[in-house]
Design a protein around this ligand. Structure first.
Ligand code: CDP
Length: 560
């Protein structure tokens, strides 16, 4: 879908290594670095070169190179000591250098104003330490190839929670962090019961009382204002913790799709569903075959991975979590004539994710029979069924790899069917989604248009879409056609949440997704969305109201 020059600019900026010319070289290097035999190497190569499956960026960048660090997701513990805090920062810097992203829960750090024994002074609190982490990230680019990404989490029961919630209120603050509040069911029960006056915590020292309402309103206000903080659901995450005997999970990676134990890392890989549609029909056998191959691929990544520090090697090898996910979901749905915001569409998505997860479990079982279970298998939720990996599926954002594959990202709906892209030398391309173009021409033919007249009419619609991002107001087009080709902003926010919930049903880890709301959405809408997400069993939620951030990452007319 993307013109070759766009792909080339991504490749040269991010993935090509010395002496490599194009994508075939990358696929060859990655397949050779991972495969144990020739047959496997050929399978891996074919899946990548056909853009049906791609591993996360660090694998594409570093497999078969001296760096050899292949994972995108890391979580690091932050203890309440100066040594420990600065160790975590150093470990984070090492991870960023190799292209990985780091998540931290800062809740162990004692609150601002509490006593510090060794100096007789007072503590500066988690938020001031976060500032130092943010500055450190600024100076370490990820292997010079992309900006470092962090997740900063604070539990809702930490006394500094109000300051944390408003930490990113000012645009540009903590720019290397996504921030999320870890809420528990106890808190959400009080919110659901509208017990806003209830005192939730009392600050030591000052004795200041903080109510449920103060925290909840702070969260809702922040989300409405600029999309942050995100929310993570502690109890739901831990109800699905595959290795409860190793402890509870309180941290996720930067984009939230991987809740992990301290020092765990995870490698991601995504199947492009659009590449599994053949002549208008979905090829289920191909999906199963790709899911099997991808499970083996990602398990091998754990084997061949060069881990940045020994604690990460140990924690990762203990559970052997892998993160197999999807991209090109909306593209595939359009090819199959399924609306994103329909029961039928969701039923199909649920089925696809079920197939992938079931196949990944089968393959992980087969690998366990041959190579052994993951070491922490006893005492895990898998204790009655041998598997090699404690968790297998996830949904990553696929920010870069979906550009490479030329498909819609993750499970997100398409943002616009016609948009402008600039390559690194500033050349501008108008990109029209090919499925949309074909369906538009077909519709126009059905309406009696032909030849030049049809081209002219199609051009008008495309210009309109390019200008406004939508064609829902082009009344002369059939309702059926407009109903299918809805964009992220045309789709009501409730339907976004329902889609995330339908994938979550079969995903082991979590899901990276943005719930898009129109600019006119109210704070009550934001609050309702959070409650809906909690009730539907999501592990976290990220909301973004159109136009609420100045540095809009994805502008309508120009997507860089
Ligand atoms: O498409 P790509 O493999 O580059 O990455 P993604 O699916 O957009 O993001 C997957 C994960 O990579 C994120 O959740 C982060 O943990 C990490 N990441 C990062 O460390 N730095 C970035 N600039 C982007 C992603």
């Amino acid at each position: 879908m993307n013109p070759p020059s766009v792909v080339d600019s991504i490749l040269s900026a991010r993935y090509l290594r010395k002496g490599e010319k194009d994508f075939t070289d990358i696929c060859r290097r990655v397949a050779s670095a991972l495969a144990d035999d020739e047959n496997e190497r050929a399978r891996f190569y074919e899946a990548m070169i056909s853009l049906r499956f791609l591993p996360n960026s660090p694998t594409l960048m570093n497999a078969g190179t001296e760096i050899g660090q292949l994972s995108a997701c890391f979580t690091l513990p932050v203890p309440d000591t100066i040594d420990g805090i600065f160790d975590a920062m150093k470990e984070g810097a090492i991870i960023h250098k190799t292209g990985g992203g780091t998540g931290y829960n800062f809740s162990h750090i004692r609150p601002e104003g509490s006593p510090v024994q060794s100096t007789d002074g007072v503590a500066s609190g988690p938020i001031s330490f976060m500032r130092v982490f943010n500055a450190a990230t600024d100076v370490i680019k990820q292997g010079g190839r992309r900006r470092g990404a962090n997740m900063g989490i604070l539990n809702v029961w930490h006394p500094d929670i109000l300051a944390f919630i408003s930490a990113k209120k000012k645009e540009g603050e903590f720019s290397n962090f996504n921030i999320s509040v870890m809420v528990n069911d106890k808190f959400m029960d009080l919110v659901a019961a509208k017990s806003f006056e209830t005192v939730w915590l009392t600050k030591g020292g000052t004795g200041e009382k903080i109510t449920v309402g103060q925290i909840w309103n702070g969260i809702v206000e922040g989300i409405w204002k600029n999309g942050e903080p995100g929310i993570l659901f502690y109890d739901e995450i831990n109800r699905h913790n595959p290795t409860p005997q190793l402890g509870e999970i309180d941290t996720t990676n930067p984009c939230g799709e991987q809740p992990l134990l301290p020092y765990e890392s995870c490698v991601l890989g995504s199947i492009n569903l659009a590449a599994c549609v053949r002549e208008g029909a979905f090829d289920e056998d191909l999906l199963r075959d790709t899911s099997r191959m991808a499970t083996r691929f990602l398990d091998l990544v754990i084997e061949k991975n060069v881990f940045p520090i020994p604690q990460i090697a140990e924690a990762t090898r203990k559970t052997r979590k892998i993160g197999l996910g999807v991209m090109g979901v909306h593209d595939a749905m359009l090819m199959l004539g399924l609306s994103y915001d329909s029961e039928k569409g969701r039923a199909w998505c649920e089925w696809v994710m079920k197939v992938i997860t079931e196949t990944a479990i089968e393959e992980s079982h087969r690998l366990a029979e041959k190579l052994g279970t993951f070491p922490a298998w006893q005492g895990s939720i898998w204790k009655d069924y041998e598997v090699r990996n404690a968790a297998m599926t996830t949904v990553a954002p696929t920010g870069t790899i979906s550009l490479l594959a030329g498909c819609s990202s993750g499970i997100e709906p398409i943002f616009s069917f016609a948009y402008t892209r600039k390559n690194t030398v500033g050349k501008v391309f108008v990109i029209v989604n090919p499925v949309f173009k074909e369906a538009l021409l077909h519709t126009l033919t059905g309406m009696g248009y032909a030849g030049d007249e049809r081209e002219k009419k199609a051009g008008e619609v495309i210009s309109h879409v390019h200008e406004t991002g939508s064609m829902q107001d082009v009344a002369w087009l059939s309702a059926e056609f407009r109903g299918l080709f809805k964009t992220a902003l045309d789709i009501p926010w409730r339907e976004h949440i329902l889609m995330q919930a339908c994938f979550q049903k079969y995903v082991h880890a979590s899901i990276s997704k943005t719930i898009n709301m129109p600019g006119s959405a109210t704070k009550d809408d934001c609050a309702e969305a959070l409650l809906m997400a909690w009730k539907l069993g999501l592990k976290g939620i990220t909301i973004y109201r159109t136009g609420s951030r100045e540095d809009v990452v994805l502008a309508l007319k120009e997507k860089e």
